[in-house]
Design a binder for this molecule. Structure first.
Ligand SMILES: [Zn+2]
Length: 341
């Protein structure tokens, strides 16, 4: 598989959190123009577990997916759950120990185990474990997070190379995460240090949106200015269509967000003319397609009124069609970006 295109083109990766994009078959997912997806290491660690996934042929074998698979390191999820006190657990020098509320088992996530899990999942692009913390960190806390993130990134790289033979043997890519909270100079320093270690990509970690809902452009620019152009530049968790365009302008080329599919399930559908709220009562007699410029299965075959009716009655088909539409809309944004390259 040629993974170098991840360094050249723009991609939007839907979140197949537990190894599925909710309400879509793999065929339907492909038909939206999706070429790469991102799965969640933490959720897959808890169920079905990396050993079972490996026995079933990896995530690609399970899904029947022949496109690109990205995994996250599990860090963002574990640390945000622990820091928000939704989960019991502890972050320490060696990683994080936590108890899953799902079945009460205790897990330990370390830089090395994160790589092992991602290898068993069978991902194409791995992400190093980072020390992700809450928003609004003090300078000192942000410095500590950067320091630990750098140490763990080095440990991940060493483990990936020693244990698996690195990219040369596996054909897989290893990317790192840039931390530094809302301090552009810390972001820049973290990026520079990661470049010194050497990775296939540099992902913008932590929070990409400030407390007012705005993209943290200054911090993002600080990262882009300090990493090579011919690498993966992943703006994790970006975002709204207008934020993707802004992040692309800054220099990022990979994006993912749960918003696109979650909004679809809540009846918020994207079009070039703005958002359509399909559950609103004025949709009940609207015979137009969701988006007259869209060629997806939803827009070619069905009216807004029909989708509205199904949504109001909790028909799963409406959720499938809405998700197909929103993903197709996002992929067409990406196609436009690529056509201007
Ligand atoms: Zn459509």
């Amino acid at each position: 598989m040629n993974l170098d295109i991840l360094k050249e083109k723009y991609f939007f990766m839907p979140d197949a959190t537990r190894g599925a994009v909710r309400y879509l078959t793999t065929k339907q997912l492909k038909e939206t123009g999706t070429e790469a997806l991102v799965t969640n290491t933490l959720h897959l660690l808890i169920h079905p577990g990396p050993d079972i996934i490996q026995k079933l042929g990896g995530i690609k074998g399970m899904m029947g997916w022949d496109g690109i698979v990205f995994t996250d390191s599990g860090g963002f999820q574990v640390f945000s759950l622990i820091h928000s006190k939704k989960w019991k657990g502890k972050v320490h020098e060696n990683g994080a120990t936590f108890k899953s509320p799902r079945e009460g088992n205790t897990y330990e996530l370390t830089p090395e185990s994160s790589i092992d899990i991602q290898m068993k999942i069978g991902s194409d692009v791995l992400v190093t474990l980072d020390d992700c913390r809450d928003t609004n960190l003090s300078r000192k806390e942000a410095e500590q997070s950067v320091e630990r993130t750098l140490k763990w990134a080095q440990r991940c790289k060493t483990h990936f190379e020693k244990e698996y033979g690195g990219t040369a043997k596996t054909g897989k890519l290893l990317t790192s995460v840039v931390q530094g909270a809302n301090f552009p100079e810390l972001r820049a320093m973290c990026a520079k240090e990661l470049v010194n270690i050497g990775f296939d990509g540099y992902n913008f970690g932590g929070y990409v949106i400030d407390s007012e809902g705005k993209l943290v452009e200054e911090e993002m620019s600080a990262v882009i200015e300090n990493i090579p152009k011919d690498t993966i530049r992943y703006a994790m968790g970006v975002g709204k269509p207008e934020d993707i365009l802004k992040a692309a302008e800054i220099g990022f080329n990979l994006f993912d967000t749960v918003l696109v599919t979650r909004n679809a399930r809540h009846g918020t559908l994207y079009t070039a003319e703005g958002v359509v709220h399909i559950k609103n009562s004025e949709m009940a007699l609207d015979i137009r397609p969701v988006d007259s410029n869209c060629n997806c299965e939803c827009c070619i075959n069905y009216s807004r009124a029909y989708i509205h009716h199904m949504m109001k009655n909790d028909e799963a088909t409406a959720l499938t069609l809405s998700t197909i539409h929103n993903l197709t809309y996002y992929q067409s944004l990406i196609k436009d970006l690529n056509s201007n390259l």
